[in-house]
Design a protein around this ligand. Structure first.
Ligand SMILES: N[C@@H](CCC(=O)N[C@@H](CS)C(=O)NCC(=O)O)C(=O)O
Length: 231
C-alpha cells in the first residue's frame, strides 16, 4: 500500500473512532462570518456538530468561546478537548479528521491545496474585503478611488486563478477542501457583486461550488434562523 492510501485508511479509522467517541464537535461563530467555512466543511463531511452562535460584536465577552480562543475571535473549534482557530485551518482539520475523501491523495495535491488556500487568504481576501469596505459594505462610507485600486488587484488574482486550472475543480475531477477554502472566500465577491464574467473557468467553477446541496441547504437554514430571530 502506498503512503497516500495508508494515510487515507488512517484518516478513515480516525473518523470512525472520533464519531464513536464524541459526535459533537463544537463550532463557534455566526454563519455570516468566517465560521461559515467550517460549517460548510462539517456539512460536506456529513458529521454531527454543535453550532454555537457567537456574534463578532459579543465574541470578546463570550465565556465559552474565550476558553477555546482567548483572543476572542471567531471562528473557533473544539473537538474532544482539542481547540483550533483560523477558519482555513478548521476546514482542513475537519476534512482530515472526518472526511479524507475531500483531501488530495498526492504530495503535489497537498502542495496545491496549500498554494490555493494561501493564495486566496493573502492575494484575494484582503483586497476583496478592502473593496467591499470602499463600496460602503457594511459601513456605508464609499471611496470609489480606493474601490478601483482594490478591484485592479483582484482582477490580477482572478486572471491568474482563471488560467491556472481547466478541470472542473481546482485539483482535478473532485471537489476538495481546496475548492471549499477558495470558494468560501469568494463568497464576499458574490456579496459585493464583483463581475467574474471575464473569467469563464473561474466563474463556472464558482457557480458549481455554490450549487452544491450542502451550500444551498446551509444558506437556507441560516436565512430561516435570521428570519425567526427578527419575528
Ligand atoms: N484569520 C482569522 C480571522 C478571524 C476574524 O477576523 N474573525 C472576525 C469575524 S469574521 C472576528 O472575530 N471579529 C471580531 C474581532 O476582531 O474582535 C480566520 O480566518 O479565522
Amino acid at each position: 500500500m502506498d503512503t497516500a492510501n495508508s494515510l487515507t485508511l488512517l484518516c478513515r479509522k480516525t473518523k470512525l473512532r472520533k464519531i464513536e467517541k464524541n459526535p459533537m464537535m463544537k463550532i463557534f461563530g455566526t454563519a455570516s462570518s468566517k465560521a461559515f467555512r467550517a460549517l460548510w466543511m462539517a456539512e460536506e463531511a456529513g458529521i454531527q456538530y454543535e453550532h454555537i452562535v457567537v456574534h463578532p460584536s459579543e465574541s470578546h465577552q463570550h465565556a465559552g468561546l474565550l476558553k477555546v480562543n482567548p483572543s476572542g475571535k471567531i471562528p473557533a473549534l473544539l473537538d474532544e478537548g482539542f481547540a483550533l482557530t483560523e477558519s482555513l485551518a478548521l476546514t482542513t482539520y475537519i476534512a482530515r479528521a472526518y472526511a479524507p475523501d475531500f483531501l488530495p491523495s498526492t504530495l503535489q495535491g497537498e502542495a496545491l491545496l496549500l498554494q490555493w488556500t494561501l493564495f486566496a487568504a493573502t492575494e484575494i481576501e484582503p483586497p476583496l474585503i478592502a473593496y467591499l469596505h470602499a463600496k460602503g459594505i457594511p459601513f456605508g462610507e464609499v471611496d470609489e478611488e480606493e474601490a478601483r485600486l482594490q478591484l485592479d488587484k483582484l482582477h490580477r488574482s482572478f486572471a491568474y486563478l482563471n488560467q491556472s486550472f481547466s478541470s472542473p475543480y481546482l485539483l482535478g475531477d473532485k471537489f476538495t477542501v481546496a475548492d471549499l477554502n477558495v470558494a468560501s472566500i469568494l463568497v464576499w465577491a458574490k456579496i459585493g457583486h464583483v463581475d467574474l464574467l471575464n473569467y469563464p473557468t473561474l466563474n463556472t467553477w464558482l457557480s458549481n461550488c455554490f450549487e452544491r446541496a450542502t451550500y444551498i441547504q446551509l444558506q437556507a437554514r441560516f436565512k430561516e434562523q435570521r428570519q425567526n430571530r427578527k419575528s
